[in-house]
Design a protein around this ligand. Structure first.
Ligand code: C2E
Length: 688
């Protein structure tokens, strides 16, 4: 029963409740009312018969006194109009019937035998004497009638109230079930379809109305959270995608990066077992990217890289992979290429495409590149091995004059290893006192007097002997060791020249500064501190910069140069004329000297072109208020030629090779003595 009740819906429960309540209360009330009506009707009938009997007793008294029973009978017959009176009788005191009236009613005898009769017996008194008794008998018909009528009225009232109650219940039931059904439908929509757009209609202000409002509010909040969550989720997904893209792609060119390359080659190797199916790897390094980047700024450099990336991608097949491997390094993985001839042919094609002129910042550039090629399985069975070998081949292409393609050969690995071991050895060079500075005099060309010197670094390798700075300075630059080495050179040279200046009078010292040193954040402060510690005057110190390091990021370079000049250092521009000198910039630089590169000096005075260049540089420097130093003077003619063309200073083997510190004082002393002697001889010749 309980289960059955629980399984019923609210409308049916309401109906059941209503029926049970209405019927129970109707029946109870009906029974009580019928009983009450019955009791009252019976009481009324009883009273009525008593009253009638009393009246009859009073009326019949004379008939009894005069013993006229006919009159008595007539009086009794007057009760005949009352349909409920069944018998009226006058009994004398002696018990004999004086008069009796029996109305003519159908079934009177049967009715008189009924148990439900009301009897009234009233004495007929004459004063204090009782003459007889009036006896009336009536049946219960009127009581039954009355009770029946009431019962029917109650029944009708009950039916009407049941009907009205049902209508009310129907309304009540609708006012409950409709909002509940709406809520249920909405909830299903939310839970099954995650659709938060709908709201339930709130029509009442009762608890159900509150429930509807609360539900709508809840949906509203869920919708907002859902939207926010969805937004957040899509943001996060986008960020994750972006991160994944960034982790595997180069932001400048959009090409896959080295991480992508490694992952991709690992996947390929897993898939295909090894590289036996054929794979060629091209390692491409741009030859003059650093110059473009330093001279024309990073934006220009980035444009160049993007253009290179586009050209490479446009030139390979769709299943080949082009990767930006590092700064100006690109790797191209050619799939299903087994023949070295084909790989070389493709590499040559790429080299040719890359060297086609391109325009950046309204200027035309030609970018050359060096390409190393390694082909599987001949030059390596794994992508990593191929990469190393192609890299080594690329180095050889570069050191062989750049702008070329080289196929990997077994001997190359040894040379690459040698480069790495050089870097490792160089790290210990300072600690192991393997570095030395040699000093090359700088001479006043007119008087031939040494006025200063250039510090030139030497590395005395324990096994290889003297290693040229042309070889180890690039390694030091690339590895960052140049910062430490450069500081050591300044410390050693400043200290040394301070000591010689004390003995020989003020001498100037020119120190080469590398690009990396120049751009290091605290270069000026460090140089200033080292100069202070050495005791050497700042105006004796000349820092040699190169064109490429000051032409790029000009504003920043000019700022650093001014910082150095403000500290009291002199600045000179080394190897002038070999780079891509922008003369318009030159006048913005606070330079003290221009150094004519020895390549223009070596062919002097016969080569007209070199002579014109040397002369132009000297003239330009003169116009800009700078002094000129010619490098690489090897002959008297060169010295004389340059001296005649506004070139005040010179250095070169003609005057002296770079000398170790131990021999430099002797050189100074001898030169001075010689010059003194020569000047005395000259003056005595004049006098004679
Ligand atoms: N053929 C010929 N050569 C002559 C003559 N006179 C001088 N030289 C050589 O010319 C180079 C001049 O130095 P540089 O142009 O600054 O070029 C330098 C400079 O760029 C760099 N370098 C040397 N020492 C340092 C240093 O301490 N720091 C930095 N950053 N670079 C250095 O290494 C380069 C090469 O230095 P070195 O091999 O010492 O070569 C030196 C010098 O030995 C001559 O008459 N004929």
């Amino acid at each position: 029963m309980k289960r059955w009740l629980e399984s019923l819906g609210i409308p049916k429960k309401l109906w059941l409740f209503h029926l049970v309540t209405a019927l129970t209360s109707g029946i109870v009330a009906g029974v009580i009312m019928i009983l009450t009506v019955w009791t009252i009707a019976r009481g009324n009938a009883n009273t009525d018969v008593q009253i009638k009997a009393s009246i009859m007793a009073d009326n019949i008294l004379p008939s009894l006194q005069f013993r006229d029973n006919a009159v008595a009978h007539d009086i009794l017959a007057g009760l005949g109009r009352d349909r409920d009176i069944l018998r009226a009788k006058v009994i004398e005191a002696n018990g004999e019937t004086f008069a009796e009236y029996l109305p003519e009613r159908p079934g009177l005898a049967k009715r008189l035998r009924s148990k439900d009769l009301i009897r009234a017996s009233i004495p007929i008194m004459d004063g204090k004497d009782r003459l007889g008794t009036v006896e009336l008998v009536r049946d219960m018909n009127s009581v039954y009638r009355e009770t029946t009528i009431y019962t029917m009225a109650i029944g009708v009232a009950m039916l009407v109230s049941l009907l009205v109650g049902s209508l009310l219940i129907l309304r009540l039931q609708r006012s409950i079930t409709v909002p509940l059904a709406n809520l249920t439908r909405l909830m299903k929509q939310v839970s099954e379809r995650n659709d938060y757009t709908h709201r339930t209609e709130v029509t009442s202000r009762d608890e159900l109305g509150d429930l509807g409002l609360s539900f709508n509010h809840m949906i509203e909040q869920i919708q907002q959270r859902d939207t926010a969550l969805g937004h957040e989720l899509s943001e996060r997904l986008r960020a994750e995608e972006q991160l994944a893209h960034l982790a595997h792609h180069d932001p400048v060119t959009g090409l896959p990066n080295r991480h992508f390359f490694r992952k991709c080659t690992q996947d390929l190797e897993k898939l295909q077992g090894s590289t036996d199916h054929g794979m060629a790897l091209l390692f491409i390094d741009l030859d003059n990217f650093k110059y473009v980047n330093d001279t024309f700024g990073h934006d220009c450099g980035d444009q160049l890289l993007t253009e290179v990336a586009m050209r490479l991608q446009g030139a390979v097949r769709s299943n080949d992979i082009v990767v930006r491997f590092g700064g100006d390094e690109f790797v191209v993985l050619l799939q299903n290429v087994r023949e070295t001839a084909l790989a070389l042919q493709l590499a040559e094609k790429l080299r040719e495409i890359l060297t086609r002129p391109l325009r950046l910042n309204n200027q035309e550039f030609v970018v050359t590149c060096s390409i190393g090629v390694a082909v599987a399985p001949l030059h390596g069975r794994s992508a990593e091995e191929l990469l190393q070998n192609a890299d080594a081949a690329m180095y050889h292409a570069k050191s062989g004059g750049k702008d070329g393609v080289r196929l990997w050969e077994t001997t190359m690995s040894d040379q690459s290893t040698a480069r790495f071991s050089m870097e490792a050895d160089l790290r210990h060079a300072i600690d192991r006192n393997e570095l030395e500075i040699h000093y090359q005099p700088i001479v006043d060309l007119a008087s031939q007097k040494p006025v200063g010197m250039e510090a030139l670094l030497r590395w005395k390798h324990p096994i290889q002997g003297y290693v040229s700075p042309m070889v180890f300075i690039p390694v030091a630059e690339e590895s960052g060791l140049i910062l430490q080495i450069g500081e050591w050179v300044m410390m050693e040279a400043f200290r040394q020249v301070a000591a010689w200046s004390a003995d020989f009078g003020p001498l100037s010292i020119a120190v080469n500064v590398s690009a990396r040193q120049f751009r290091s954040p605290n270069f000026t402060a460090r140089a200033d501190q080292i100069a202070r510690d050495s005791g050497l005057n700042r105006d004796q110190i000349e820092l040699e910069l190169t064109e490429s390091m000051v032409m790029g990021h000009t504003a920043e370079a000019v700022r650093i140069m001014h910082e150095l000049v403000d500290c009291g250092f002199k600045l000179s521009l080394d190897d002038f004329g070999t780079g891509y000198s922008s003369l318009s910039y030159l006048k913005r630089f606070p330079l003290n000297k221009l150094k004519i590169d020895r390549s223009f000096v070596s062919d002097l005075p016969d080569d007209a072109e070199s002579a014109a260049i040397a002369e132009a540089i000297a003239g330009l420097a003169h116009t800009l208020g700078m002094q000129v130093v010619a490098e690489g003077i090897e002959t008297l003619e060169q010295a004389a030629y340059l001296a005649d063309r506004q070139c005040r200073y010179g250095q070169g083997y003609y005057f002296s090779r770079p000398l170790p510190a131990s021999r430099f004082p002797a050189y100074l002393a001898e030169t001075r003595a010689r010059l003194l002697l020569e000047s005395r001889q000259e003056s005595s010749r004049r006098h004679t």
